[in-house]
Design a protein around this ligand. Structure first.
Ligand code: ZN
Length: 279
């Protein structure tokens, strides 16, 4: 019995020793694992720092970074340029077009068979103004009523308004009453070519709209309307009151409407040249 008891206790002690070794082993293993994980995390963090540093530093030290800076400045620049372009476009749209019904008041212009030039001019000018306004343009008539007004004062007012265009409407007369047709005057000395372009479009579109006799363009550097205006300008003689057939047409609403349509189309084409190619 005694021998069996001693063996029993010896086994018991050995088991406890083994358990002790195992616990120590587990603790050591746990500590090692924790250390390995900590070292791995430290290495990874360190690597990330290196990569981040490279990403930040590389572009700054290369020409690419300088190009990026230039591009950024250019982008900001084009933004401002775009804004300026929009502001300019808005200001341009707000500028008025001046339509001038020639003569007025005591100055009736030419007259035949009771038909006065100033009245026909005014009737056509009103129609042009209506058509342009219907298309969204801002229009000012150089004379508002049947009043005497100096040509130079009309131009001065248009210059003061910083008008986009100035178009004067007149009727013609000639001793030979067989002469008829439409002609447009402009200032040939205008080096920009703007006045000629406007006159060309007006002559072309009015002939197209009316089927009238095309007398072409004419230039007179002394002409007040075309030489003193700061904006592109021209003067259209829409027909001969001295010619009976043309005078009768000029008195009708229908023919005046055709003339006005041609003038409005020309102004539209002048201000929106892209539509020339689209039509
Ligand atoms: Zn006249």
């Amino acid at each position: 019995m005694y021998g069996r008891t001693r063996r029993y206790y010896r086994r018991q002690r050995r088991r406890e020793e083994i358990r002790g070794y195992l616990r120590t082993f587990v603790w050591v293993l746990t500590v090692i694992c924790i250390l390995v994980v900590a070292v791995a995390m430290a290495v990874q963090t360190n690597t990330s720092k290196v990569v981040a540093a490279e990403i930040q530093e590389v572009p700054i030290s290369t020409d690419e970074a300088k190009l990026l800076d230039v591009a950024s400045v250019m982008t900001k620049g084009s933004g401002r340029a775009a804004l300026t372009a929009v502001e300019n476009a808005k200001a341009e749209v707000n500028r008025v077009i001046v339509i001038d019904p020639g003569h007025g008041g005591m100055d009736g212009g030419c007259g035949f068979a009771g038909v006065l030039e100033k009245d026909i001019n005014r009737e056509i000018a009103d129609k042009v103004a209506d058509k342009l306004q219907a298309r969204g343009y801002r229009v000012v008539l150089a004379r508002k009523a049947d009043e005497l007004m100096d040509k130079a004062d009309r131009i001065e007012e248009a210059n003061r308004l910083n008008a986009r265009l100035y178009v004067s409407i007149h009727q013609n007369s000639y001793k030979d009453n067989s002469v008829s047709g439409i002609e447009t005057w402009y200032d040939e000395s205008d080096e920009t070519g703007a006045a000629k372009r406007l006159a060309t479009l007006i002559q072309q579109e009015v002939i197209k709209a009316t089927g009238g006799v095309d007398r072409g363009l004419a230039s007179d550097p002394e002409m007040c309307v075309t030489s003193k205006s700061k904006m592109p300008s021209c003067l259209i003689e829409t027909g001969f009151l001295s010619n009976e057939a043309e005078r009768k047409k000029l008195e009708t609403n229908e023919y005046q409407d055709q003339l006005a349509e041609g003038i409005a189309n020309a102004i539209d084409l002048y201000l929106h040249p892209a539509t020339v190619y689209l039509v």
